[in-house]
Every structure is written in C-alpha cells, then in structure tokens.
Design a protein around this ligand. Structure first.
Ligand code: GRG
Length: 295
C-alpha cells in the first residue's frame, strides 16, 4: 500500500474506532456525550494515531491493540484542545473549522468534556481483550501516557506557556516548553505504538530519539503555519501567536531560519530511523508529511 492510501486507511479506522469508544450521544447525560463527540469526531489530521500505527507497523503490532493506543492518545489530544480554547487559556472561538466547544455548548460543558475525554483515554487503553503479553505491558503503557499528559508533560508545558506570554524566551527555553507541551504526547504516540509490538529497549531508545525530533519539528511547522497560513486553511484562528505576543520559532528566528531548522529536524528524525530499515517507511513518510502539511 502506498503512503497516501495507508494514511487515509489509518485516519478512517481511527475515526471509526473513536466513534465506537465515545459514549453514544443518546446515553445520559446526552448533552455532555454530544459535546464529547462534537469535540473529537469529524476533524483533525490524526497525526498522533498515525504515528502510533506507523511505530506499531515497525514491529508488526496487532491492529486492534494499536487502535486502542492510538485512540487513547487522540482522546488526550482532544481534551487538550478543548481546554486550550477556553477563555481562561487561549480564548479561541474556532477549531477544526467549527466553533470551539465552549462556544457551541458552554464553558462548564467544555470543562467537563476535557475531563471526561481524559478519563476515557485511560479506560480505552486499559480495557483490552485478555492477552498475557499485553497484560504485562499495560502498566508501563498507562504510566507512559499519564506521564506524557501530566504536569511533567503536556499540562506542565501549558503552564510554562501561560507563564511565558509577553516575556522574551531564549531558544533553549522555547524548546523546553515545546518538549513538554507538544512533544510529550507525540513521543507517547510513537512509544505506545512500539509497546503494542513488544519493541525492545534498544528500539525504544532509537524511537525516543526520533520522537523528540518530530515533536519539535511539529511545533516549528505549527509556528510557521500560524504566521503564514490563513484562518480558512488552518481551520483555527491564524496569527494568534503574534497577536498574543507569544514567543515562537518564527518570532525568535525569523521565517527563513525557522524553515531551515524544520529541514534539519526532519533530516535528523529520519536518520534516527536507520536501525529499522524500510519497516519504518511510514514513520519516514509521516515526518515528511509533518513538514509539508498546509494545516
Ligand atoms: C490545556 C492541559 C492543556 C494543554 C493544552 C497541546 C496544548 C496544550 C494545546 C494545544 C494548542 C496548540 C495550538 C498547540 C500547538 C501544537 C498543537 C498541539 C497543535 C494542534 O495539533 P494538530 O495540528 O491538531 O495535530 P488537529 O486538529 O489536526 O488534531
């Protein structure tokens, strides 16, 4: 299967799996469940599930296990977007081309949607068919996702981000912020996929190096798109970083050097995949996609 076909097949199966894992909108409390489905379904590039499946493919991991790990990460990502858009955080009204959850529903519902998506993520990861090898790996996988989402990962990165508004950061400080805020969940997506395939310690070390590079790469490209793309193309408010006086790779380096950094991170990431040969072709393809994406 070529890369484009593989990507769209994984996006489709992720959408279907998420639709199954999310509570039905007609189950009580209907408004909360409806809002959870609104937040998660029918939008998003599904980069984290794609990374999880691509990492799993290196080790021939079972597809059903990858669906659970991929959806768990995507549910955490969905929660983070809903909370990030709240008035007390980024205060945004547009996400994935539609009104944000607190605009479409209300703030209290948006808060609960984020909380419930986070819990659902761990439920989806933990509820698995009986398989002795999976049972053995499950506690490490749960710990890995919890660490990535928590105060030493994404939530901590968000705290660093909030504290940085209006301040000048060094490049090293900006990198530290994004290693946590964006990078932690991207790393978790890759490593959970590898765990589903019983990857050994050496493979996990190489994949951690790869994931650290693409976590930063994703953010550098996000900053370039925020500065250069339109709101219509992005499906979220463009130019927000500059409007909010937020430090970004573009404000610190300028667009040309930010693009050179993206190319360097892409090349480093692809080099880290060398031990896996062509079994890592989808990971390499995703790395190029992250750089070339238009939204
Ligand atoms: C509220 C605890 C908490 C954390 C929020 C990740 C995050 C922290 C906020 C998201 C805001 C943001 C714009 C982060 C920069 C990079 C990023 C995660 C972009 C959105 O991810 P995409 O492009 O979105 O994968 P889609 O919609 O395609 O899923």
């Amino acid at each position: 299967m070529n890369f484009a076909d593989w990507m769209s097949a994984v996006q489709d199966r992720t959408e279907a799996a998420l639709a199954t894992f999310l509570p039905p909108a007609d189950a009580l409390p209907g408004r909360l469940h409806d809002a959870m489905r609104y937040a998660v379904l029918g939008g998003g590039k599904r980069v984290r599930p794609l990374l999880c499946h691509a990492a799993g493919a290196v080790f021939d991991a079972p597809a059903a296990e990858l669906d659970r790990a991929a959806c768990a990460v995507e549910l955490i990502h969905g929660y983070s977007l809903v909370h990030d858009d709240l008035p007390c955080m980024d205060d945004d009204t547009l996400r994935r081309g539609k009104p944000t959850v607190h605009v479409e529903y209300d703030e209290a519902t948006a808060l609960l949607v984020g909380d419930a998506l986070q819990s659902l993520a761990f439920q989806v990861l933990a509820e698995t068919p009986e398989s002795p090898s999976r049972q053995r790996r499950l506690s490490s996988m749960i710990a890995l996702l919890a660490h990535a989402a928590g105060s030493r990962g994404m939530a901590g990165g968000q705290a660093i981000d909030l504290a940085a508004v209006g301040r000048t950061l060094t490049l090293a400080e900006l990198e530290q912020m994004h290693i946590h805020k964006t990078g932690a969940l991207i790393r978790a997506a890759v490593l959970l996929g590898a765990h589903c395939g019983n990857a050994d310690a050496a493979a996990l070390t190489s994949l951690t190096r790869y994931a650290n590079r693409i976590g930063l790469l994703f953010q550098v490209v996000d900053d370039i798109l925020d500065a250069e793309a339109s709101t219509a193309t992005l499906g979220k408010t463009a130019g927000k970083d500059a409007a909010q006086n937020k430090p970004t790779y573009v404000t610190l380096l300028g667009a040309t050097r930010a693009k050179a950094l993206a190319a360097e991170l892409r090349d480093d990431a692809i080099k880290a995949l060398a031990p896996f040969g062509n079994r890592a072709d989808h990971l390499a393809g995703l790395t190029r996609y992250i750089v070339e994406r238009s939204f």
